[in-house]
Design a protein around this ligand. Structure first.
Ligand code: FES
Length: 215
């Protein structure tokens, strides 16, 4: 199933917020970095759409959570949605991917998610950085200068990565690498882990991105 399954408070509404959010410098950087062409394209599309909103509608779209159907995700699959104009990833991790986090524990800069640049919700301050180990939810924006890292799930030697690569994410801009819990490796330009957005499970197969308060 595609990212179009993100519903309601639709991806289009969230996309519209990119162009109109002056209080989010990291995200502005994200849309201006040349290597993140997809993001910039999304922002460009958003302008005529959001211009039809009234001010109150814009404000509502700015904070709107996004509901995502994760039913049918395959092990190892990454699904992308947009929330507040940001790319949000949902990764269904395999047992092998989860096992890799034990190996990377000693190689990452902040294994306990104690750093504050991108505060991690308490429910994700664990080795998996998630509510349920199987599903990882993260904002796909590098904490260095805002590029969007690419998924490099295949372990082992490959271009631009160490021979003992355990699988994770590589930021193409300045080479920061992240493990499969979005934890930045030591001695990389990125100062913090990938952001875990507020989120919660509405049911076993429906996630709400952008809100973690029970009604
Ligand atoms: S923006 Fe990711 S390493 Fe610089």
């Amino acid at each position: 199933m595609s990212s179009s399954t993100a519903s309601t408070h639709s991806a289009e509404s969230a996309r519209g917020f990119v162009a109109g959010d002056p209080n989010d410098p990291a995200r502005r950087t994200w849309i201006t970095v040349a290597s993140c062409a997809g993001a910039a394209g999304a922002a460009a599309v958003a302008v005529p759409f959001v211009s039809t909103f009234t001010p109150s509608e814009k404000a509502k779209a700015a904070g709107a959570p996004v509901e995502v159907d994760i039913d049918g995700m395959k092990p190892g699959e990454l699904r992308r949605v947009e929330w507040r104009g940001k790319p949000v990833w949902i990764v269904r991790r395999t047992p092998e991917m989860l096992e890799s986090l034990k190996k990377t524990e000693g190689q990452v800069a902040d294994p306990g998610s104690a750093r504050k640049d991108y505060p991690t919700p308490d429910y994700a301050k664990n080795q998996y950085r998630s509510i349920k180990p199987e599903y990882f939810v993260a904002v796909g924006i590098c904490s260095h200068l805002g590029c969007s890292p690419g998924e490099k799930f295949q372990p082992g030697p490959q271009a631009s990565l160490p021979d003992d690569w355990a699988g994770g994410f590589l930021c193409p801009c300045h080479g920061s690498t992240f493990d499969l819990a979005g934890r930045v490796y030591k001695n990389k330009p990125a100062p913090d882990n990938l952001e875990v957005p507020p989120h919660m499970y509405l049911t076993e197969t429906r996630l709400l991105i952008g809100d973690d308060r029970k009604a």
